[in-house]
Design a protein around this ligand. Structure first.
Ligand code: AMP
Length: 556
């Protein structure tokens, strides 16, 4: 399929803000897409090149892009940079300067979807010497072949900044309407595969009903809504609730298909390679011909055996080298709380009561290797309060509350699980600005402008400058600078605007109204607690969370 057709749809989608209209545009288009291109077209419409669960990153910086645009347009690097500072979007810059391409390649050929996807995918896989030139070459080739509108969207896609307003819900509904199936069915297949590209092809082939859980393939995990107090929990979850300690580690699902083991994080990254120690533990301690179990991996100190906060072990997640050494230095204990698949059977529809019973029959507990989460099944608010206090005394984040008779509901924030945290729960915020330090910190970004989300848009809620250390801490200014520098979009004196990618957790004394911040709120004495590498910008705290905490604070 010609890339031009995709671009026309982008332009049409960009012209409307109406959800139904966007769904119709996308659905009409999907009906026309040949099966061979369908999977990739879905990714392109979502503004990506790989499925969401694929951990490969395109990793092409703004500077490389300025270079590529400069080479293919014949305009100077400085001119492109200047235009970028003015417009703030390199896609728009490309659209403008490519109108009068000075160096139209002699053999330019029509852009087809496959070539666009192939070239951009290569950006994520190339490694080693001379890589930068090769990468710039791949993008320049695409820009040379496209017209100026195609170039606009190639640039936006490579920079992962498409922004034509296609949400996951729109993709789901468009697939349903294009192939005459129900949105529920599409959503369910989306939960099981975490890949709407794959789902679209299955829907076209009328094979949606055949999709099920498969060990080795990540699926969307069940998530928890916040609760104010035990009464609210009983109101929402029913009479009988299972409470568990909320541990401060990271979510891990462990898949065993009878032969191979696979480990996935909450964001569905495959971390099998990084945790050989976990595989040894489950081989010894978990029974089953095949299974998928859900747990929290919690780090502990080698000597004292005491639990460590998440940030101490977070560095293991992305490690590529010295893995065995890291496993010895930062061991984890698996705290298992659910089983979703066992001996060839999908257990999602079964109640927690039934799932937990199966789980208890599968796990041979051994402290600091693998244990079942502590549980309290009750309908009594007073007992919950006692259990909650115990949890806090034991340095837990609070409690998880789970509907004892409820199923495992993947992917959505539904009232099946709730979390009860200590009051004034921390906020997860996205860094949208940063500020260069002074004196010996002049080459480091030392404070950060942070934002919450309001209907999907980012709104600022203040500036954080404490909680990060000079050295010898998991989170140093240097580390923050390394993370943020490649994301810089614009510079204004000491302030830089950054692409919102980094999520941090902040604590504070109080939430207050603020007429000067774009969210209308600010926090008093905010301090950074940790990086939330397991959360994407889509999952940050919302304006509703802030209002809820504000109301709660008033009641105290
Ligand atoms: P939050 O990250 O605040 O949205 O809380 C949900 C997360 O708590 C889950 O994704 C798990 O990683 C973690 N967690 C800790 N203890 C438990 C538990 N007992 N049951 C389920 N999730 C837990």
């Amino acid at each position: 399929m010609d890339y031009r057709e995709v671009v026309s749809v982008y332009e049409e989608l960009d012209k409307t803000t109406k959800r139904l209209e966007k769904t119709r545009i996308l659905s009409d288009f999907l009906k026309k897409v040949p099966k061979n291109d369908l999977q990739e077209i879905i990714y392109l419409m979502e503004g990506r090149i790989f499925p969401q669960k694929d951990e490969r990153k395109i990793g092409f910086s703004f500077r490389y892009m300025i270079k590529a645009i400069s080479v293919s347009s014949g305009e100077s690097f400085e001119k492109i940079e200047k235009l970028f500072n003015k417009k703030g979007d390199l896609g728009l810059v490309a659209e403008e300067v490519m109108k009068n391409k000075k160096q139209k390649t002699l053999h330019s050929k029509k852009l087809i979807v496959k070539d666009v996807v192939d070239n951009i995918r290569k950006l994520a896989t190339l490694e080693g010497k001379g890589t930068v030139d090769k990468k710039v070459g791949l993008v320049t080739e695409l820009l040379g072949n496209g017209d100026n509108l195609e170039d606009k969207y190639v640039v936006k896609t490579v920079l992962e900044n498409l922004r034509v307003g296609v949400s996951e819900g729109i993709v789901r509904d468009a697939i349903a309407s294009a192939f005459n199936v129900s949105s529920d069915e599409v959503e369910k297949a989306g939960d099981y595969t975490a890949d709407y590209g794959e789902v679209a092809v299955l829907a076209k082939d009328k094979k949606l009903k055949k999709v099920g859980l498969k060990p080795g393939r990540p699926f969307k995990l069940m998530l928890a809504l916040p609760a104010e107090n035990p009464e609210a929990i009983f109101k929402d979850l029913g009479k009988l609730v299972q409470f568990e300690y909320k541990l401060d580690g990271f979510r891990m699902t462990i898949h065993f298909d009878g032969k191979n083991y696979n480990l996935f994080t909450r964001r569905l990254e495959n971390v099998t390679m990084q945790f050989p120690d976990v595989i040894s533990i489950v081989k010894k301690h978990v029974k089953g011909k095949s299974y998928i179990i859900d747990c929290e991996a919690v780090g502990y100190d080698v000597k004292s055996k005491k639990y460590l906060p998440f940030q101490n072990i977070s560095q293991r997640i992305k490690r590529k080298y010295h893995i065995e050494e890291m496993a010895k230095k930062f061991p984890v204990e698996l705290n298992v709380f659910d089983v979703i698949y066992h001996n060839g059977k999908n257990l999602m529809e079964k109640s927690l009561r039934e799932r937990r019973e199966i789980l208890e029959g599968m796990i041979k507990e051994e402290k600091r290797e693998i244990v079942l989460t502590k549980k309290l099944i009750t309908d009594d608010g007073k007992e919950v309060q006692k259990f909650f206090n115990n949890a806090l005394e034991n340095s837990m984040e609070g409690l998880m509350a789970k509907n004892y008779e409820g199923p495992y509901t993947p992917g959505r924030y539904v009232k099946g699980w709730m979390k009860l945290k200590n009051v004034l729960e921390p906020l997860d915020v996205a860094i949208v600005k940063a500020y260069w330090g002074e004196g010996k910190r002049a080459n480091m970004l030392t404070s950060y402008g942070v934002a919450i989300s309001k209907d999907g848009d980012l709104k600022e809620i203040g500036k954080v400058s404490t909680g990060i250390k000079e050295k010898d801490a998991p989170l140093t200014y240097w580390k923050m600078t390394q993370l943020l520098k490649p994301l810089i979009l614009k510079t204004k004196g000491k302030e830089v605007e950054v692409k919102p990618k980094i999520v941090i957790e902040i604590a504070y004394e109080e939430i207050q109204k603020s007429p000067t911040s774009s969210s209308g709120w600010s926090t008093r004495f905010p301090r950074c607690l940790r990086l939330r590498e397991d959360k994407s910008v889509k999952e940050i705290s919302t304006i509703e969370d802030v209002k809820r905490i504000h109301d709660l604070q008033k009641k105290k």
